[in-house]
Design a binder for this molecule. Structure first.
Ligand SMILES: [Zn+2]
Length: 239
């Protein structure tokens, strides 16, 4: 039969260790959620950037088309005016201007075609990027929701354990409890109560416990490791 002090201290420790695990898990959740949100935002902004990249070519094509329109209008006007001029030099200058516009228009037509081609390519690339990123964003969103649900479950278990904890605490006398609490909150995050193995090695500091301590734990007495001060017991005392 288990020695009573070991039994009650084990019960409290089991509660505290579970609380410690759950709280550690909870503490890491906001960072994970932020990472998921960032992944989703990145996918969304990549999609917009890809659409914008395609639209740039469309705008360049439209700007060149507008320029062609302007040059055509100018040439038509020059043709009308050229019919009315009397001086040959003036007439020649107008014809030269029209010829220059024609050459500019031909260059601009190439610009239009080139940009329309690139716009088509850009649209194709955009569709691919959108498809991929929609999947990424959707997965990140689902994972985010799952994590939020998980955090809710963890928080509810934490609440439950915190409500249960006083029922374990009240079984333990003041001195033992204060010693336990000190060890629990110690900086090494170990377990306050540990077993000593068959070779007499402390489960916390891994040093050999003294023969006197071994004798004490075999009797089931409340015993501390001489090295690390943690509560020690023998598995035999529990069985
Ligand atoms: Zn120890």
């Amino acid at each position: 039969m288990a020695v009573r002090w070991i039994k009650v201290l084990s019960a409290l420790q089991a509660c505290d260790m579970r609380l410690r695990d759950l709280e550690t898990r909870l503490a890491s959740i906001p960072k994970e959620m932020a990472a998921l949100k960032a992944r989703r935002d990145k996918a969304v902004s990549e999609t917009s950037a890809s659409a914008e990249a395609a639209r740039q070519f469309e705008r360049a094509a439209k700007a060149a088309e507008a320029e062609i329109e302007k040059l055509n209008a100018e040439s038509r006007k020059l043709e009308q005016q050229s019919a009315l001029v009397k001086k040959n030099t003036e007439y020649q200058a107008m014809l030269n201007n029209i010829a220059l516009n024609k050459s500019k228009i031909s260059q601009l037509e190439n610009v239009v075609l080139e940009n329309l081609d690139r716009f088509e390519e850009g649209k194709k690339a955009y569709r691919k990027v959108r498809l991929e990123n929609e999947a990424v964003a959707k997965a990140a969103h689902a994972e985010f929701d799952e994590l939020a649900e998980f955090a809710k479950e963890v928080r509810s278990e934490v609440e439950k354990l915190k409500a249960e904890r006083p029922s374990y605490v009240c079984e333990i006398d003041g001195e033992m409890l204060s010693s336990y609490t000190h060890l629990l909150n110690g900086k090494n995050s170990g377990m306050p109560l540990v077993a000593v193995d068959a070779n007499g090695i402390c489960g916390n500091c891994h040093m050999r416990v003294t023969p006197q301590a071994l004798t004490n734990i075999k009797r089931g007495a409340v015993t501390h490791c001489d090295n690390c001060q943690h509560f020690i017991y023998s598995e035999d005392a529990v069985d």
